[in-house]
Design a protein around this ligand. Structure first.
Ligand SMILES: Cc1cc2nc3c(=O)[nH]c(=O)nc-3n(C[C@H](O)[C@H](O)[C@H](O)COP(=O)(O)OP(=O)(O)OC[C@H]3O[C@@H](n4cnc5c(N)ncnc54)[C@H](O)[C@@H]3O)c2cc1C
Length: 139
């Protein structure tokens, strides 16, 4: 068998489940009484969404509300172990997105994981780190 087919990540249906149900939509009118007491409201506690409130709240005169759709990652073992991230695909910690059909990929729809949990996609990523060369940044 070709190596490409040995990797389950190349088969978008390997982990397929139903799409997550979405909750009722929230209107500005219903949310504004809760939000108006804050100087900043940040939606999504992922990589960017955790850094921003941390920096903003260094000013004691500033109030920040951070909203996250997913749950806490503290007791989720798979979020702590590098390369266990595929275990978090599809159930409640993932948005379970698929692309539209890709004409240049035999019209396949590709599974597109994104974290739905505190830490966002950093809670279900591979924890790989590559330090770029100076020339990468200069360019
Ligand atoms: C499977 C996978 C493996 C990866 N591996 C690596 C790696 O090894 N090394 C690396 O450097 N990078 C890796 N990445 C990439 C890295 O994790 C992302 O680039 C990074 O997390 C993106 O940060 P972000 O803040 O843009 O979004 P995210 O970290 O995804 O955060 C978005 C947050 O917003 C929340 N959210 C979205 N909509 C709403 C809403 N309406 N209301 C409330 N909350 C909402 C989500 O639930 C989520 O928590 C990987 C990504 C994936 C998916």
């Amino acid at each position: 068998m070709h190596r490409r087919h040995q990797n389950p990540l190349h088969d978008p249906l390997h982990y397929a489940t139903l799409q997550l149900p979405t909750g009722p939509s929230v209107t500005y009118a219903s949310a504004s009484p809760l939000l108006c007491g804050y100087d900043y409201v940040i939606v999504g506690a992922g990589a960017a969404g955790c850094v921003l409130p941390s920096k903003l709240s260094e000013d004691p005169n500033v109030s920040v509300l951070l909203l996250e759709a997913g749950g806490c990652n503290t007791n989720i073992f798979e979020t702590k172990v590098p390369l266990m991230f595929p275990k978090l695909f599809h159930p409640e910690h993932d948005w379970d997105y698929y692309t539209i059909e890709q004409p240049n990929l035999s019209s396949r729809k590709l599974y597109w994981p994104r974290g739905r949990i505190l830490g966002g996609s950093t809670s279900l990523n591979a924890m790989m780190y590559h330090h770029c060369s100076k020339s990468d940044f200069d360019e």
